[in-house]
Design a protein around this ligand. Sequence first.
Ligand SMILES: C[S@@+](CC[C@H](N)C(=O)[O-])C[C@H]1O[C@@H](n2cnc3c(N)ncnc32)[C@H](O)[C@@H]1O
Length: 216
Amino acid sequence: MTNRSYRLRGVRITPAQQAARDTLWEKYGVSFEESQIDLDALFPKKQPLVMEIGYGMGEATWQIAKANPHINYLGVEVHMPGVGKLMARLAEYELTNVRLIERDVFEVFYYMVKDESLDGVNLFFPDPWPKKRHFKRRIVQERFLSEVAAKLKPGGYLQIATDWVPYAEWITEIFSQTNLFTGGVIDRPDWRPLTRFEGQGISKDHAVNDFKFVKA
Ligand SMILES: C[S@@+](CC[C@H](N)C(=O)[O-])C[C@H]1O[C@@H](n2cnc3c(N)ncnc32)[C@H](O)[C@@H]1O
């Protein structure tokens, strides 16, 4: 079985984003390796470590990192265009508590992340894959839960937001089948910045649901 869960769509990256990525990679990028690494050593200060999976254009990433300098953030994203833009923001605000990996999170978990090394995982607006024949591509699956649980420290959390009500129902269903986590729907946390996905107008199927699960 391959560890790659996700196929790259046509990758488009503007020259400005590519230039930012090339210049700033050394500072913020973490090269994929097929071996476990000391994640704490990637940052100037050892402090709680939160992974953000699928940061997209990184709108939430830099804002959360800026507001929480006492937490280290490791962003993992497969689709490259956002990397340069996010790195430019990190440089603009001189943030030192963010590092980024360009890779499928399942490969990152499998090879690079030691068990019980993360204090939290953020998953904001995962691809909803609305068609039934694509449900198997949804990132929230039994396998995802068990891998996240393995990588979280005892008491660590998984925070999810989705703007697709049928996906919120799916999340509730998948988590009801496991005893790895406790938790469920919560009020929208005020620390989660408003991203493009939420700004797009809330309709019946697009109400935003936030979840918080704690490793049992
Ligand atoms: C709908 S976008 C949301 C982006 C961002 N979190 C936001 O709120 O604007 C979902 C993102 O997850 C990324 N993604 C999907 N599967 C992934 C995986 N297995 N590993 C890493 N990133 C993944 C996609 O490339 C995409 O950028």
